[in-house]
Design a protein around this ligand. Structure first.
Ligand code: ZN
Length: 466
């Protein structure tokens, strides 16, 4: 093997080195791992430190890669065993000019045979690059599990670079735990990559609200929060018909099975809700509604009526409906039908006004589910909750709370700072709270106030004070 091809070789980023080295390892069928490294972001500088862009690009001031010491002759490898590890190794250091990484040492004689089969079994392309932020084995291990305050601070201490915003997300979660040690957080990383796929989180106040008001839940989807992420929110509704967030799920766009993941995580966080939810209202674009009944056996499914209406209207145009002023009112009377007879009447009228392509689309997708979205069958009508309005108001609230095109981390910070009474409520004692609440809720039935005040004793911060 030619030593000189590596010796003194220069790289202007860790990524550049990683890609070169992957190809070189594939060519020579050798496996190297990072034995030790000094991260640039953690270096102390007596003289001028390197530029932040250099820190991001190079990542390390020095790295020692050692041969993985693939076991020879079929004997099981024992890390602590007698068999001496292979001493082949490569050292990279930042150049004195602090602008590149240079191979300063290169010892490539192995004490074992090179085995292409084992190489192809163990080699993971991109592994060096992925590991440069956090060890991939760590992210794989904690992925899809609840993490606690200590897990997050441990991850933060391992975190060597700002790649993919992982450090920022962890810092935001660390802030959440600092204020609320009982908060629930589940992190999902992409398999074998240090890229956050999904963050599910709820504060202890949100858990309390879910316990208190589990009857009706709303699953809201904010599309295209930024180029990368979508935001899902679970809301409950209090006795006065106001929505409160009980869980957030921030996820890479097009992540499948989000409804299942979110509901499972919510039930794991607040197991009491499982049997007590009676209705879940979802946005019209959420697939796999059968998940709701599977996970919340007492719940029926509703689809947000106004979203269905808008979807039907745009579909009608897409499927060639004529410019006809009757279409919108007709679809409205369909969705808002106050009786089964009125619904069937509106359905009949549709045949005269709408093209057959739309009618078959409707029969296939929306007619079988009419009990999920037509007003007459709506669960919330009996409870005086306007689901559409609640979801619309929530979307408006999100829009005003979230920074424009936030990063995932900024979104977490914005959501946690959303004015839902938590911080204002903290400063109020119970009496003052009761007084304000009475002032706010004079028209409400007395029983409702009593109920709310009962809640106040458990979680006095659970009120809007505006
Ligand atoms: Zn070796």
């Amino acid at each position: 093997m030619e030593v000189n091809e590596l010796q003194k070789k220069e790289f202007f980023s860790w990524e550049q080195f990683s890609m070169f080295f992957d190809a070189w390892c594939e060519q020579h069928k050798v496996l190297f791992i990072v034995k030790n490294s000094v991260s640039l972001s953690k270096c102390k500088w007596a003289t001028a430190p390197p530029q932040p862009s250099v820190v991001d690009a190079l990542k390390y001031s020095s790295v020692r890669l050692g041969c993985k010491g693939v076991r020879a002759s079929g004997k099981p490898q024992n890390n602590r065993g007698q068999q001496k590890g292979c001493s082949a190794n490569i050292v990279l250091k930042m150049s004195p000019r602090k602008d590149r990484l240079v191979v300063t040492k290169c010892q490539l004689s192995h004490n074992h045979a090179i085995c292409p089969i084992e190489f192809s079994y163990y080699f993971k392309k991109g592994y060096l690059l992925a590991n440069s932020c956090l060890p991939v084995r760590t992210t794989n291990r904690i992925s899809k599990r609840f993490v606690g305050a200590s897990d997050v601070s441990r991850l933060l201490s391992y975190c060597k670079s700002r790649d993919h915003g992982v450090l920022d997300v962890l810092t935001a979660l660390d802030g959440l735990f600092a204020r609320d040690p009982d908060a629930k957080v589940k992190l999902v990383f992409q398999q074998d990559k240090v890229i956050v796929q999904t963050v599910f989180f709820l504060s202890s106040r949100m858990m309390e609200l879910a316990r208190r008001f589990p009857l009706m839940l709303f699953f809201d989807h904010m599309v295209g929060l930024n180029a990368e992420f979508d935001l899902y929110t679970v809301l409950c509704v209090d006795g006065a018909g106001r929505g409160h967030e009980v869980a957030y799920c921030l996820t890479q766009r097009q992540t499948p099975e989000l409804l299942r993941f979110t509901l499972v995580s919510l039930v794991q966080s607040v197991p009491e809700v499982k049997a007590r939810v009676r209705c879940v209202t979802l946005g019209a674009d959420i697939p796999h509604l059968e998940v709701v009944q599977e996970l919340l056996p007492g719940a029926r499914v509703q689809i947000c009526r106004s979203q269905v209406l808008e979807m039907l209207f745009s579909k009608a145009q897409e499927l060639g409906a004529a410019e006809d002023a009757r279409i919108w009112p007709l679809l409205c009377s369909l969705a808002a039908a106050p009786s089964a007879a009125a619904y069937h009447q509106a359905e009949q009228e549709m045949q005269a006004v709408l093209p057959s392509a739309f009618l078959s689309y409707y029969r296939c997708h929306w007619q079988p589910r009419s009990q999920m979205w037509v007003q007459f069958w709506a669960f919330e009508t009996a409870r005086n909750v306007n689901a559409c309005e609640l979801l619309r108001r929530h979307q408006r609230q999100l829009l005003s709370a979230l920074s424009p095109s936030p990063t995932a981390a900024q979104c977490i910070l914005d959501l946690l700072a959303m004015p839902d009474g938590e911080r204002e409520g903290d400063s109020l004692d119970e009496e003052e709270l009761a007084a304000r609440y009475h002032a706010l809720c004079l028209p409400e039935p007395a029983g409702l106030i009593a109920e709310e005040l009962g809640f106040a004793r458990h979680g006095p911060q659970g009120f809007r004070t505006t």
